[in-house]
Design a protein around this ligand. Structure first.
Ligand code: KG4
Ligand code: ZN
Length: 341
């Protein structure tokens, strides 16, 4: 058929992702993660991530091709995350992608990591409504993006002014003695808890809201949780982990969904897409669905495996770039660790 076969490489953080798409159809999503190697440090260690990418790259490309039943020679283009992310980690992906594109004689597309988180939904739910409102919530980002065209026009409406949403989950998990990365553990713990504590909702009222309408702040919330837990411990009382998890999660999810729906309303956008690792959160999915239903908005959230970092999202955006005739990247494409959207 005339649909392009595109291989995408993602190495911005701790997942070595290789995905292959055929136009808007996902063929394979292969991921090798070094998350276990970082767990004992309580966070991602850049040098460890870079070395793990180097070791995983060729086997992951081979596995992706084998599982998709395609040969490298069949590919029409290579796409790769060129930023933002960890500099050394990005460099492994960018160098690998250049080598493939050059040796196969096919175009190379360097793509933005945030845009890829939005574009992955195309292989899940079909073409994106234009414009779409996208909320990206992960360990490194919490952003509200107005997306008229995912291949070249994304406008940031707001972002976190301190910790990312996933970072807050990870830090609160640590306070509660839960393993890294903490998001899934808080999600599970919260399922057995009650929302009994009214934790602060940052930047949602008064002058803060006026000045930071679509920004987020989670560091005050994290501190409030830590202080609440510490007070209990000092008093020799048991910490009700499930209730704290549920109450903290509710505060994060309430702010995220409230601002996302408000942004849709004010910008006249009728579709909301949520991506990033925190989009796997069960409470976020439920509250976003309820609030979108109330507001008459279409909600699109990819399956959890496509919300966390992966290669399919890069391949999906690469295919869109090719289909929309965007210019390919030069072979001296740099890795840009602080690339804006
Ligand atoms: O997108 P991602 O895999 O990597 C980047 O940060 O780019 O996101 C990882 C983040 C971690 O902070 C993790 O704790 C969080 O996503 N996360 C969750 C859940 N699953 C993963 N947070 C809340 N609830 C979850 N179920
Ligand atoms: Zn990400």
């Amino acid at each position: 058929s005339d649909q392009p076969l595109v291989l995408g490489i993602e190495t911005s953080c701790d997942e070595t992702g290789v995905g292959i798409v055929h136009g808007e159809r996902l063929l394979v999503d292969a991921v090798a993660s070094s998350v276990d190697e970082h767990a004992r440090f309580g966070g991602v260690v850049p040098e460890v991530a870079s070395r793990a990418h180097l070791e995983a790259m060729v086997p992951t490309i081979e596995r992706a091709c084998a599982d998709a039943g395609v040969s490298l020679r069949d590919l029409d283009a290579i796409s790769v995350t060129s930023g933002p992310g960890l500099a050394g980690a990005l460099m492994v992906g960018v160098a690998s992608a250049k080598a493939l594109a050059l040796s196969l004689g096919i175009p190379l597309y360097g793509v933005n990591h945030l845009a890829s988180h939005v574009a992955v939904d195309i292989v899940e739910h079909g073409p994106l409504p234009e414009p779409t409102m996208a909320m990206l919530v992960s360990g490194g980002h919490s952003s509200l993006l107005l997306v008229p065209d995912v291949t070249h026009d994304i406008r940031s409406l707001g972002a976190t002014i301190d910790d990312a949403a996933g970072e807050a989950f990870d830090k609160v998990a640590r306070v509660l003695g839960l393993p890294f990365p903490g998001g899934p553990h808080i999600d599970r713990a919260a399922a057995d808890g009650q929302i009994t504590i009214d934790f602060p909702r940052g930047l949602t009222s008064g002058r803060d809201m006026e000045r930071h309408r679509f920004d987020f702040s989670f560091s005050g919330l994290k501190t409030a949780v830590a202080r609440w837990v510490e007070t209990r411990r000092v008093d020799g009382e048991d910490v009700p982990v499930a209730d704290v998890a549920a109450s903290f999660q509710e505060a994060v999810v309430d702010v995220l969904t409230r601002k996302a729906v408000l942004a849709c309303r004010e910008q006249g956008v009728d579709a909301l897409q949520i991506g990033g690792g925190v989009a796997a959160n069960s409470r976020l999915r439920a509250m976003a669905q309820a609030r979108c239903d109330d507001a008459g908005l279409l909600l699109r959230v990819p399956r959890p495996g496509l919300c966390t970092d992966n290669g399919a999202m890069v391949a999906s955006l690469g295919a869109q770039m090719l289909l929309k005739g965007r210019p390919a990247s030069a072979l001296d494409l740099p890795a840009d660790s602080s690339m804006p959207v």
